[in-house]
Design a protein around this ligand. Structure first.
Ligand SMILES: C[S@@+](CC[C@H](N)C(=O)[O-])C[C@H]1O[C@@H](n2cnc3c(N)ncnc32)[C@H](O)[C@@H]1O
Length: 195
């Protein structure tokens, strides 16, 4: 397995949005433990987290969505170079358009790591696409501490923070989901679909 710094496209980004080390470890543990076969990822970037999932269980298939064309191309190159051909699909499109276009495909694990302000809007679609007993893992849900903070939120972050608060309330109150919120890294939620 390569280090993330060796991935094509890594050096071109001054700030890397790759999932943090603790979250990657958690993702890896979950894949090893539950061994989901059909995985959906929203937010590919250059394919690092997808490669971690593909490596964690040699039998899984990952469909991953990325809006940026360069990132999508880099991800395809990285995942191909790592020998994962035939086990992944990188779709270069807007995640919401993808979700709206889905009819019947079912996933047993969804890793949500795309635009944070959209999680709430995506949720009904994700729930529908998740198999009974499947898991939805969402990253960055506490957004640098702002989501739990009672302090004034700067205007530029307010919509994201409010939408993340709505997302968290929804996954915690939904009777079909069993949710745990984790404080590590930038905050993660894990929701199991019970029915
Ligand atoms: C946090 S990064 C993903 C990091 C990746 N999961 C990893 O850890 O290796 C989020 C990615 O979502 C992509 N993105 C942003 N808005 C999107 C949208 N509307 N649809 C699909 N992808 C989007 C961004 O271009 C970015 O590459």
């Amino acid at each position: 397995m390569k280090n993330k710094e060796e991935f094509v496209g890594f050096a071109e980004h001054e700030y890397s949005p790759i999932v943090r080390d603790k979250s990657i470890e958690f993702l890896q543990e979950l894949i090893k433990k539950y061994r989901p076969k059909n995985i959906l990822e929203i937010g590919t970037f250059i394919g690092y987290s997808a490669s971690v999932m593909l490596e964690a269980d040699r039998d899984c298939f990952v469909t991953t969505i990325e809006i940026d064309e360069e990132n999508a191309k880099d991800a395809i190159k990285n995942l191909t170079d790592l020998g994962f051909v035939g086990r992944f699909k990188v779709l270069n499109c807007d995640a919401y358009e993808f979700l709206q276009s889905q009819q019947n495909e079912q996933f047993d694990f969804i890793f949500l790591d795309g635009p944070k302000g959209q999680y709430f809007k995506y949720l009904p679609f994700l729930k529908k696409m998740l198999k009974k007993g499947g898991f939805l893992l969402a990253d960055d849900i506490l957004f640098y501490g702002m989501v739990k903070s009672e302090e004034h939120i700067e205007h530029k972050h307010r919509t994201i923070v409010n939408n993340l608060r709505k997302f968290i309330a929804e996954i915690q109150n939904d009777e079909e989901l069993e949710t745990t919120i984790y404080d590590f890294a930038n905050g993660m939620s894990l929701s199991k679909k019970k029915v």
